[in-house]
Write a protein that binds this ligand. Structure first.
Ligand SMILES: *[C@@H]1O[C@H](CO)[C@@H](O)[C@H](O)[C@H]1NC(C)=O
Ligand SMILES: *[C@@H]1O[C@H](CO)[C@@H](O)[C@H](O)[C@H]1NC(C)=O
Ligand SMILES: *[C@@H]1O[C@H](CO)[C@@H](O)[C@H](O)[C@H]1NC(C)=O
Ligand SMILES: *[C@@H]1O[C@H](CO)[C@@H](O)[C@H](O)[C@H]1NC(C)=O
Ligand SMILES: *[C@@H]1O[C@H](CO)[C@@H](O)[C@H](O)[C@H]1NC(C)=O
Length: 316
């Protein structure tokens, strides 16, 4: 028996169109979102961490995030992106290398944490690993959503990606996928190719590579793309800059100081939603095997913003 028997073709076509539209990763997320802060003082977690999560029950992919300047730009400054991701069904875990809260400042024995040099870097990596471990153990008591740690993804911005790259080099099992946003990585220049089945999305905004250069060609997304095996995708988004992914307050500071080139602010919402859609489409395709999603990250015709570079490699 044919599956379409008795159902007119036009009806089937409409059903297909409607359901495929619902799956489009560039559509708004479906989940209500909440967030929680964990701090070393209050929770005995190694690093201050902000988690954005769906308020629903169910199994969701965790995304462990490190922000710019080696994690010194706090994840709170990326709350638009991270909560957008949570609304698409991810548990976004933002780790902060350095964070000051009221309790720190008012505590009589408050000492700023000193981290410097290479020793500081390796200590920071341990702190990231240990913080991820803490979240794996403790988060489930705090929220109803369940993190599927078998599908752990990493996400980073700018020089935070230097840390992420070393993490995936040191541990082949820490993550199944890694998304590099506007990466800037000194280690990328010295690292040997990383032999693993890690799925990698290397994402770059075009203006990051223009004066004043906030990412330097040769240490950025193309270099990371070359270091990893497969599945890998490389995109460069036209006319956006390095700070455009940040929340409004820090974006404003960057824009006024001309620290990096930015877009005009009318397009910021569209841009952050685009970034969310690329990440969601990539992870649904490569981690969850949803092959219908591939076109949304490898075919310009299905992507709502123009690209200046797009490449991918599926041969492992
Ligand atoms: C971006 O997505 C959010 C939530 O998914 C939605 O509320 C907002 O209107 C979108 N912004 C733009 C400019 O499309
Ligand atoms: C990370 O955890 C391990 C094992 O519990 C511990 O030995 C190490 O000192 C921790 N590292 C840091 C920097 O806290
Ligand atoms: C993760 O994988 C292990 C071993 O393959 C399995 O026992 C466990 O149920 C999986 N966890 C989830 C949340 O799927
Ligand atoms: C990458 O890993 C290799 C061994 O797995 C190690 O020898 C090398 O030092 C690592 N590089 C960095 C930059 O961590
Ligand atoms: C990827 O895999 C191939 C075949 O296993 C190997 O020759 C190559 O060195 C690997 N690494 C990169 C970065 O392509």
């Amino acid at each position: 028996m044919k599956p379409s028997q008795g159902i007119p073709a036009t009806v089937l076509l409409i059903i297909c169109l409607v359901s495929s539209q619902g799956d489009n990763p560039y559509n708004p997320g479906q989940y209500g979102v909440d967030s929680l802060d964990f701090s070393p003082q209050k929770d005995d977690i190694p690093l201050h961490t902000k988690v954005f999560f769906p308020k629903s029950t169910g199994k969701f992919t965790p995304i462990v995030f490190i922000g710019g300047l080696y994690g010194w730009v706090v994840s709170e400054s990326y709350s638009t992106l991270l909560s957008n991701l949570a609304s698409h069904g991810y548990i976004a875990v933002g780790m902060d290398r350095f964070y000051l809260d009221q309790t720190d400042l008012s505590s009589p024995d408050f000492k700023p944490r000193k981290i410097s040099g290479l020793e500081g870097e390796s200590q920071a990596l341990q702190l990231y690993f240990n913080t991820t471990q803490w979240i794996k153990t403790h988060l489930k008591r705090q929220i109803v959503a369940t993190a599927d740690w078998n599908k752990t993804s990493l996400l980073c911005h700018s020089a935070g990606c230097d840390d992420t790259l070393v993490m995936v080099n040191l541990s082949r099992t820490i993550a199944q996928a890694s998304v590099f946003l506007d990466p800037m990585s000194v280690n990328a220049m010295i690292l040997q190719p990383i032999e693993s089945k890690l799925k990698v999305l290397a994402y770059m905004s075009q203006l990051s590579e223009e004066k004043p250069m906030c990412c330097i060609p040769g240490t950025d997304y193309k270099k990371i793309y070359d270091l990893v095996n497969c599945t890998k995708v490389r995109v460069q988004v036209k006319d956006f800059g390095h700070c455009d992914i940040l929340d409004d307050l820090l974006w404003e500071a960057c824009h006024i100081a001309h620290a990096c080139r930015t877009t005009d602010n009318k397009k910021l919402g569209i841009y952050r939603n685009f970034t969310t859609g690329v990440i969601d489409g990539f992870l649904q395709w490569t981690l969850h095997g949803n092959v219908d999603m591939q076109k949304y990250v490898t075919n310009q015709a299905y992507m709502p913003l123009p690209l200046v570079d797009l490449a991918f490699d599926l041969t492992c």
